[in-house]
Design a protein around this ligand. Structure first.
Ligand code: UT7
Length: 325
């Protein structure tokens, strides 16, 4: 008997995010705590950067925090570990070279045989990882993905350098992404991604015992002059006017970057993520962490358009308009 060929299934229209989760270590480090370590003070940190406190991991590794965030996202998704066929982790602070963080997360959650990879584009990493998962789903290479941003930057912090040690914190955020059926509207818009590699040396974590070092003002100028146009371009690619955005979730580097960026974007009614106040700069974790907290507090309606926009070391950037789960 001639075998019956399988019924061809229509390719997915794209993908959408169905749930979010986040994890932060319990230990809080305040500005006053830092003033006991270096010559700084609460007023300088709040007015120059906007940070009131940050979370610092103890024994937790990047993989521990990534798995904790992913577990929460998966629990809220209605899917099980058996449904997940792709795990992507954005991080620049995993100490181990191998195995990667994604396979450790998969093992922890009981996800068998997923495509599992880490991405390092520093602070823009979550939007890069989200785009690759969306592309894999569109190409038919995956159906359900977990995308994570996780960092333990305090492991790479020079606690004697007041210019950097006040900035960074630890944590993780995760999203479960699923295919949208043919004809169903997609929930992840086209990515706008790129870099300015000729200026890559302005943020570095280099060498065998590395610390984060940066030319803060150079990054600041780039972020406040170049990025507003790129953030608008990400909206344009999705066919969404900035004024229609329900929320804007940029990388949490500095309130003096976030607020002008939001103003220049032209989204007066959008909820703007300002999680930096509570969490500091958590690099690739900052966007999913801040977004997950806004969703948990029900500050963004389900289905509403949200602009995610990451930028930082490399210098890299990436952003896309997504629909809120
Ligand atoms: O996420 C990765 C991408 N990174 C970024 O997006 C960072 C972008 N850059 C920034 O956010 C800001 O440049 C910083 C927050 C890093 C620094 O703020 P700034 O307003 O550019 O300060 P500055 O480095 O120009 O320093 C101004 C003054 C200096 O003193 P003098 O030379 O004017 O006497 C610093 O020594 O502030 C001094 N200073 C501090 N004072 C108290 C630097 N750090 C501190 C501190 N406490 N922690």
């Amino acid at each position: 008997m001639t075998p019956v060929p399988p019924t061809p299934t229509a390719p997915p229209s794209g993908s959408r995010i169905i749930s979010l989760g986040h994890y932060q270590p319990a230990r809080i480090l305040t500005n006053d705590d830092l003033a006991e370590l270096v010559d700084t003070n609460d007023e300088w940190i709040r007015t120059r950067v906007g940070i009131a406190q940050r979370r610092v991991a103890g024994d937790e590794t990047v993989a521990d925090m990534a798995a904790a965030a992913a577990e929460k996202a998966l629990a809220g998704s209605g899917l099980t570990a058996a449904d997940i066929d792709l795990v992507a982790v954005a991080t620049c602070s995993s100490v181990d070279r191998c195995p990667n963080v994604a396979t450790r997360v998969a093992a922890r959650l009981g996800i068998t045989a997923p495509a599992a990879y880490d991405i390092n584009t520093a602070c823009s990493g979550f939007s890069y990882a989200l785009a690759t998962a969306d592309h894999a789903i569109r190409a038919g290479a995956a159906r359900n993905a977990i995308v994570i941003g996780a960092e333990k930057l305090t492991e790479f912090t020079d606690w004697t350098d007041r210019a950097t040690c006040i900035l960074f914190g630890d944590g993780a955020g995760a999203a479960v992404v699923t295919a949208t059926a043919a004809g169903e509207p997609t929930g992840i818009g086209p990515v706008l991604w790129g870099s300015a590699p000729e200026r890559g040396d302005v943020v570095v974590i280099e060498g065998w015992r590395p610390y984060i070092q940066q030319e803060g003002q150079a990054v600041f100028r780039w972020a406040t002059t170049t990025l507003p146009g790129l953030a608008r371009e990400a909206c344009q690619r999705a066919g969404v006017e900035p004024a229609e955005l329900a929320a804007f979730v940029p990388h949490q580097a500095n309130l003096r970057i976030i607020d002008p960026l939001a103003r220049k974007l032209g989204a007066p009614d959008a909820v703007v993520a300002r999680d930096i106040v509570e969490s500091g700069n958590t690099s690739a974790a900052s966007v999913p962490l801040a977004w997950s907290k806004l969703v948990e507090r029900r500050e963004i309606p389900s289905g509403a358009p949200v602009l995610l926009f990451g930028f930082g070391g490399g210098l890299t950037y990436a952003g896309q308009v997504v629909r809120c789960p």
